[in-house]
Design a protein around this ligand. Structure first.
Ligand SMILES: C[S@@+](CC[C@H](N)C(=O)[O-])C[C@H]1O[C@@H](n2cnc3c(N)ncnc32)[C@H](O)[C@@H]1O
Length: 213
């Protein structure tokens, strides 16, 4: 695993990962609020009981509000250990191991897709593949909710630089320079809502699929 010196340790020792998340989510009100940012917009846009894919679900923290609201949730991740934790945490979560950029799932099989704090981990090409694959997985009228890093304003600039240099890979640094609205459009999504949070250090999007060209 590439990235900053503490990244490998943080992934190996859960308490480090959890502590970093707790500290970095303080401006938002804590990890639970951070993990429900995408779900809140998705749930507000979809009918009750909707079929939702939590892409790059990790150990299931961001799936929790979706499940609690009665959505039928599938979690996909590449990491078996994260999926094992997610399954233990949420027995009703359907688990799929696979690549988010080439998901082993049927077209149009979801009403909504959640992508929480994961897109910055992908190199350019894979990131675009992922967004196009997500477009194929969502049914007409479906929604994508996305939360991720954004180049922070002056107050959060230094903390963000420190965080990225210690815990993130070079893909995160490149992601901070990206115009995500434009990227969504070029990958088949029409942005509907957009918000900056935590001093501009985070961005949240809601998008709908564009008609096929
Ligand atoms: C920072 S975690 C975010 C987890 C969760 N979405 C959340 O909000 O807590 C990023 C996740 O992306 C997963 N991931 C990274 N590359 C992936 C890929 N190519 N395909 C599927 N999952 C991937 C990692 O295994 C990790 O669980």
């Amino acid at each position: 695993m590439a990235g900053g010196p503490l990244r490998r340790l943080a992934y190996r020792h859960r308490w480090i990962y959890d502590s970093v998340t707790a500290v970095s989510s303080l401006p938002l009100g804590g990890p639970a609020r951070l993990r429900r940012l995408a779900a809140d917009w998705l749930l507000a846009a979809l009918p009750p009981g909707a079929r939702v894919l939590d892409l790059c679900c990790g150990s299931g923290e961001a799936a929790a509000p979706l499940l609690a609201a009665g959505a039928q949730v599938t979690g996909l991740d590449i990491a078996p250990r994260a999926l094992e934790l997610a399954g233990r945490r949420h027995p009703t979560l359907t688990l799929v191991q696979g690549l988010a950029e080439d998901p082993p799932l049927a077209p149009a099989s979801f009403d909504g897709i959640q992508l929480s704090l994961a897109l910055h981990e992908f190199p350019d090409q894979e990131r675009r593949q992922l967004l196009r694959a997500a477009r194929r997985l969502v049914s007409p009228g479906g929604r994508l909710a996305l939360v991720d890093l954004h180049a922070a304003g002056p107050l959060m600039h230094l903390p963000q630089q420190l965080f990225c240099s210690l815990f993130e890979t070079e893909t995160a640094t490149a992601f901070l320079a990206l115009d995500l609205g434009q990227e969504l459009q070029s990958c088949g999504w029409r942005p509907l809502r957009h918000e900056l949070l935590a001093g501009g250090a985070l961005q949240r999007w809601l998008a709908e699929p564009l008609p096929p060209p």
